[in-house]
Every structure is written in structure tokens, then in C-alpha cells.
Design a protein around this ligand. Structure first.
Ligand code: ADP
Ligand code: MG
Length: 139
């Protein structure tokens, strides 16, 4: 059975340009409930650790630089089948390819500066939630 939590991040582009409220309202209107949330400014080391899985990819350095360029807002969100439901809500990685009405189509600037992060599996949702919130992400 699919899990009911996922880890979302409102990325520095969206938080810095004042889009957090609209993005949260959009997600709440779709039934996502905020379980944990905080605003943090990650160091390059922290952003590098969070995106360790992408180390070696051509965009890794750009991604770490961007994610540590300003504050961001990690959140644990709850909804039935949360990982899949949230990825449907945010749309494709590249806003040019994201479906109409998705968060990235509405609010993302580019494939790199794409407004939000979302876990890609229940296992990664637990790992990523714990990265930012410890055991509070799980209880
Ligand atoms: P998603 O966030 O949709 O799960 P990935 O896990 O593939 O996408 O990539 C993680 C993040 O790395 C993306 O959200 C985006 O910010 C960045 N990224 C991915 N591919 C590229 C790319 N080709 N050029 C620049 N940035 C990229
Ligand atoms: Mg991903």
C-alpha cells in the first residue's frame, strides 16, 4: 500500500519571489495537509548531502549552488498516496513540459529553477523527511 506522506520543498526561486503562499494554498486546495514545515537556508554542504543521489550528474553543481542560494521551505505533506499525488500536482521537472494547472507550470522559471521539490518514492519520502525534521516526519 502506498504511503500517505511526502517531502516537498518550496525552492529558493519560489520562496524568494513571494510565491510560497500561493503554492501552499494550491496544495491545500488539493487536500494536502502540512505535517511539518520550516524555513532554512542550506549551506552548500547541506544541499549537496540532500541531493547526494544526483552527485555526478551534469546539473549537480548548478543544483547545489541554486538550493543553497537563499532560504527554502521544506514540508512534510500528508494525503492518500502522497508521493504520486504530489508529483501529479507539481508536474514535470521542466515547466515547459509540465501539464496545465500544475505548480511548476504556474510558478517555475526553468528546469533548474523549478519552484518545488518532491520525493520520488515512499522510501525516499521517509529519508528526505527525516533529513529535515528527524522523527517528527514519521510520527
Ligand atoms: P524532480 O525534481 O522532478 O524529481 P530530478 O530528480 O530529475 O527532478 O532532478 C532534481 C532537480 O535537479 C530538478 O528538480 C531540477 O531542479 C534539477 N535538474 C534536473 N535536471 C536538470 C537539468 N537538465 N538542468 C538543470 N537542472 C536540472
Ligand atoms: Mg527527483
Amino acid at each position: 500500500m502506498a504511503g500517505n506522506r511526502t517531502l516537498a520543498i518550496i525552492k529558493p526561486d519560489a520562496l524568494g519571489s513571494g510565491k510560497a503562499g500561493k503554492i501552499i494554498a494550491h496544495l491545500e486546495a488539493q487536500g494536502f495537509k502540512i505535517i511539518c514545515a520550516r524555513v532554512i537556508h542550506m549551506t552548500m554542504a547541506e544541499a549537496g548531502a540532500f541531493y547526494e543521489v544526483h552527485r555526478g550528474r551534469p546539473f549537480y553543481a548548478e543544483l547545489v549552488e541554486f538550493m543553497s542560494s537563499g532560504p527554502c521551505m521544506p514540508m512534510v505533506l500528508q494525503k492518500d498516496d502522497a508521493v504520486a499525488a504530489y508529483r501529479t500536482a507539481i508536474g514535470a521537472t521542466d515547466p515547459a513540459e509540465a501539464a496545465q494547472g500544475t505548480v511548476r507550470k504556474l510558478y517555475a522559471e526553468s528546469k533548474g529553477r523549478n519552484a518545488v521539490h518532491g520525493s520520488d518514492s515512499d522510501e525516499n519520502a521517509r529519508v528526505e523527511g527525516t533529513f529535515f525534521f528527524g522523527v517528527a516526519a514519521l510520527v
